[in-house]
Design a protein around this ligand. Sequence first.
Ligand SMILES: C[S@@+](CC[C@H](N)C(=O)[O-])C[C@H]1O[C@@H](n2cnc3c(N)ncnc32)[C@H](O)[C@@H]1O
Length: 356
Amino acid sequence: MSAPAFRRLLAYCRPGFEGECAQELAALDARQSGAGYARAARGSGHVEFVSDDAPALAGSWRDLVFARQLLGVLGEARDLPPKDRLSVLLPMIEGEDPADGPCRWCDAWVEAPDSDAARELAPLCRGLEAALVAALKQRKLIDRASRWRLHLCMTATDAAYVAVAERTLSAPWPGGIPRLKFPRGAPSRSTLKLEEALLVLLDEGERERWLEPGMRAVDLGASPGGWTWQLVARSLHVTAVDNGPMDAALLASGLVDHLRADGFRYRPTRPVDWLVCDMVEQPRRVAELMAHWLAEGLCRHAIFNLKLPMKKRHDEVRLCLDLVAGALAASGRRVEVRAKQLYHDREEITVYARVA
Ligand SMILES: C[S@@+](CC[C@H](N)C(=O)[O-])C[C@H]1O[C@@H](n2cnc3c(N)ncnc32)[C@H](O)[C@@H]1O
């Protein structure tokens, strides 16, 4: 089955970060034809990008920091009749390819962007998704082995994008948001940030290989222990560095050493497997510290949070990521960097880096 044709992309992002998301898409597009342009309303939680190279860019979800999901747009519907939206949407979905027949879908999701206005569409999305999947099954257009997933993105009760994703090149969560339950016993909500980072920035095989019981980790800015809790839950030994107090149950686990020290000055006596860092500090200072640990071989893997400034957030992110890559290149090491603004991140992003 050939790829569905599209010239427009649809990215989901955190509301308020549409500009950064659009800047990233434009930067990617500039490496191709550079003729693309973005349409984005502030606070809408989504960005539309029009480009002749849209199909080439569509698989770039993992490379984008500010996009939670990246889809190819098949069409856009307005003035949907409230009693029978599918009568308009299904003909847009059923397009025949003369060579290969109709496109079949591994699944169909009806979503709304993560904005205040669109969040109220959640009940409508649930009902419409059940009706859509039933209609597609009846037409034999659902094939679990298909590469393609169908997405309807409702932007109002009467407006929707019909979009498509290649399932291995897109976020495997509706809305691009992994729904995580707060783990019982974790000492802070920050714990969800590290859990989401491990889920989004590593794949299943990497999580198994790179997070083995008995490995050693350092947590800079660890108090009260949400990130340490995630590492201890995977049976890692953690040196938790923070002048603030650590959760008593974590300390009783026998897997945590608490050091009341400055995270910028602390260095381990021998290299560790993991460095994690959630210190609230200027992003460049944190990026420099992480680059130093990686370049000196003090850790193999690092996950760190970069708190973003109010302005020029895209530029600051690029500067910090380039700073890490540059420092590693200067030390003769190659670094692999992956970064995302996670659902549990606010005015910040989370970065995974490892010496390759
Ligand atoms: C956002 S909180 C960390 C929350 C923690 N990750 C958790 O999951 O519970 C930031 C922490 O960084 C610590 N911090 C800030 N600057 C620091 C420094 N220079 N050295 C060590 N800790 C620092 C603060 O004391 C604070 O506890």
